[in-house]
Design a protein around this ligand. Structure first.
Ligand code: NI
Length: 193
């Protein structure tokens, strides 16, 4: 009887918060959802210090991990704010939180990257033009400001997640518009983003 009561309460909490009651994970929105097409809003820097924000970041990592992802942006879980998380054990990408990131693209797109998006599940992996290097300014989960250059795998993850903050998805790209990119500059991203 007590157990049944607990299940009812937990299910109610789950409905109330739009998340799973048993794991700290959020459902991932799919391509047709309007939140994925919105321009995400800036995070107020005084929000970063709150326990609620810290717990949200932790739950973003848990959601990413449970979906075997290497990156996850807040709009994908129906929160239209400029936040994404990335990386983790075995992915080859360092764990990072980027809040209010500004990305500067260096040079021209010179790679075609094959990426599977957690929010475009039924479309499968897509080939997307990407830059080899990006210069990023962002705040981390402690509110510390960084300006850094990234290349390789991490730079591609950043470009994918940054697109989510702009309301852009991998299915929006047309590979044929980038004829100068040579076939030997094709890369494969092994985890969904
Ligand atoms: Ni994605």
């Amino acid at each position: 009887m007590n157990q049944l009561f607990l299940v009812v309460i937990l299910s109610f909490c789950s409905l109330a918060h739009g998340r799973s009651a048993f794991f700290d994970t959020f459902p991932i929105l799919q391509a047709e959802h309007p939140t994925l097409r919105m321009l995400a809003q800036e995070v107020e820097l005084n929000e970063i210090d709150s326990p609620r924000f810290k717990s949200f970041i932790k739950d973003m990592f848990t959601t990413m991990k449970r979906n075997s992802g290497v990156g996850l942006a807040a709009p994908q879980i129906n929160f239209s704010k400029k936040i994404f998380v990335m990386g983790g054990f075995l992915t080859g990408v360092k764990k990072r939180v980027m809040i209010n990131p500004e990305v500067e693209f260096i040079g021209e797109p010179d790679k075609i990257s094959r990426e599977a998006c957690l929010s475009a599940h039924e479309h499968g992996p897509q080939r997307v033009p990407r830059y080899s290097k990006v210069y990023v300014s962002y705040y981390d989960e402690n509110g510390q400001f960084f300006e850094q250059e990234f290349s390789g795998y991490t730079a591609i993850v950043i470009q994918h997640e940054y697109d989510h903050l702009l309301g852009k998805l991998v299915i929006d790209y047309d590979e044929s518009l980038y004829p100068w990119i040579e076939a030997d500059n094709y890369v494969e991203i092994p985890y969904p983003l």
